[in-house]
Ligand binder design. Structure first.
Ligand code: AMP
Ligand code: GLY
Length: 420
């Protein structure tokens, strides 16, 4: 089978790494890829936001299966364009990707599905939004309606913060994403991420994880795309998992099917759990990054069979095989991230780190320059390890990270603290 993965992050490196282990995989191309991915697959420089270019490339290279990693191409309808060209695709349609691309859409679907989530109101007008905030008081959560690369959510602990967020959104700080806002009740509790595959009818859980959004130790500092993750999430007991399936995920998937826009792909459910009750924080229509790196380390080569069954609408035929193990991933970022940071600095020490089915350094923002690995992004490496216990995975990952010789990078020293 010839496989094309779209994306260039640690998520796509881990997908490529796991898929490569499956004997069904003959040729593996990742577009655009990165320096780490180039060590295990071919990389192709195509514009993954342009469905036409991807379809042409796939036809020219006899691709049998396209796996779409990030949300941006999904929200633009690249999956639809590829399906129209007769290709087998993993990833939701543009209509189904609204579950991530529009917060107000998701809220309306939750209303129709009667799924527990924060109370909310939706505004296209700044004055009405301000009035609502004054009436509700703080804490309160202000969200840009559209895709804002993880930056469109302000958890305001004071009314003034919430009002300032409204000013920013309607001033265009979030581009088109902020032209409409959703204002939500603040939910307290413990967060967890729950990943399920759905083929439009059947739903199969593929793992749980918890991540660390703040930049610095002790969950302090600015919000980021995620500074580390571990899987499984201890808070996701069997009972909570069942509730999340019965009360949130299945009703949502049924509602999407009822609307004539069934969801096919991986649904990333961000949950807030309090007093044994899960509530939906948000959906994403793709794997989380760095959560995916932990899931792939635990699932290995079977992921190809699962993604293929999902795309072929025969998820009911497959079984997810679980080992009773744990994985933990540490994000190594450029100093300054999530603010301004330097690009092009050289990273050493990677050759000395073991890479096998228990240890992997997945690359996120790297490129190779004259034989040297250089940093090109904010989040640069994902040092990932698997063990029989979370503390074993934690020890292994931190031992690996110590080998990295990169004075322009940093990482948190406490990934997994809550569960450890
Ligand atoms: P989102 O992009 O919707 O996942 O929001 C980013 C983060 O903001 C979440 O992971 C939560 O930590 C926080 N958050 C979002 N909505 C709420 C809410 N209604 N109550 C409390 N925290 C929230
Ligand atoms: N780590 C959170 C995300 O991928 O959105």
């Amino acid at each position: 089978m010839n496989i094309l993965i779209l994306g260039s992050g640690g998520r796509e490196h881990s997908l490529a790494w796991a898929i490569k282990q499956n004997p069904k995989c003959d040729r593996l191309i990742v577009a655009p890829g990165n320096a780490g991915i180039a060590e295990i697959a071919e990389c192709a420089d195509i514009n993954i936001l342009d469905g036409g270019s991807v379809a042409t490339f796939a036809e020219e290279n006899a691709i049998d299966f396209v796996i779409i990693g990030p949300e941006a191409p999904l929200a633009l309808g690249v999956a639809d364009r590829l399906r129209a060209a007769g290709l087998l695709v993993f990833g939701p349609s543009k209509e189904a990707a609204l579950l991530e691309a529009s917060k107000s859409f998701t809220k309306a679907v939750c209303d129709a599905a009667n799924a527990p989530t924060a109370a909310y109101a939706h505004f296209k007008d700044a004055d009405a939004a301000r009035d609502y905030i004054r009436a509700q008081g703080a804490p309160i959560v202000v969200k840009a309606d559209g895709l804002a690369a993880g930056k469109g959510v302000i958890v305001a602990m004071t009314e003034n913060e919430a009002l300032a967020a409204i000013d920013d959104m309607f001033d265009g700080s979030f581009g088109d994403a902020g032209a409409e806002v959703v204002i939500e009740e603040f939910m307290d509790g413990e967060e967890a991420s729950f990943f399920v595959l759905c083929d439009g009818k059947t739903i199969k859980p593929v793992g749980t994880a918890q991540d660390h959004k703040r930049a610095y130790d002790g969950d302090t500092g600015p919000n980021t795309g995620g500074m580390g993750a571990y899987s499984p999430a201890p808070v996701m007991t069997d009972e909570i998992t069942q509730k999340a399936m019965d009360e949130i995920i299945r009703p949502t998937m049924d509602e999407m099917a009822k609307r004539g826009t069934p969801f096919q792909g991986v649904l990333f459910c961000g949950l807030m759990i309090q007093n044994g009750q899960p509530r939906l924080v948000e959906y994403n229509v793709r794997f989380g990054d760095p959560e995916c790196q932990c899931l792939m380390m635990r699932l290995g080569g079977q992921i190809l069979d699962l993604l293929q069954a999902c795309a072929e609408e025969r998820l009911h035929e497959v079984k997810v095989n679980w080992a009773d193990d744990h994985a933990l991933s540490i994000v190594v970022a450029a100093k300054g991230y999530p603010g301004a940071y330097q690009k092009g600095t050289i990273i050493g020490g990677l050759d000395g780190i073991p890479e096998d089915s228990f240890h992997m350094v997945f690359h996120a923002g790297t490129t190779e320059n004259e034989g040297k690995i250089t940093a090109t992004g904010g989040r640069v490496l994902n040092v990932t390890a698997r063990g029989a216990t979370l503390s074993e995975a934690h020890e292994k990952a931190y031992a690996m990270a110590q080998n990295i010789d990169w004075k322009d990078g940093f990482y948190r020293s406490d990934i997994g603290w809550r569960a450890l």
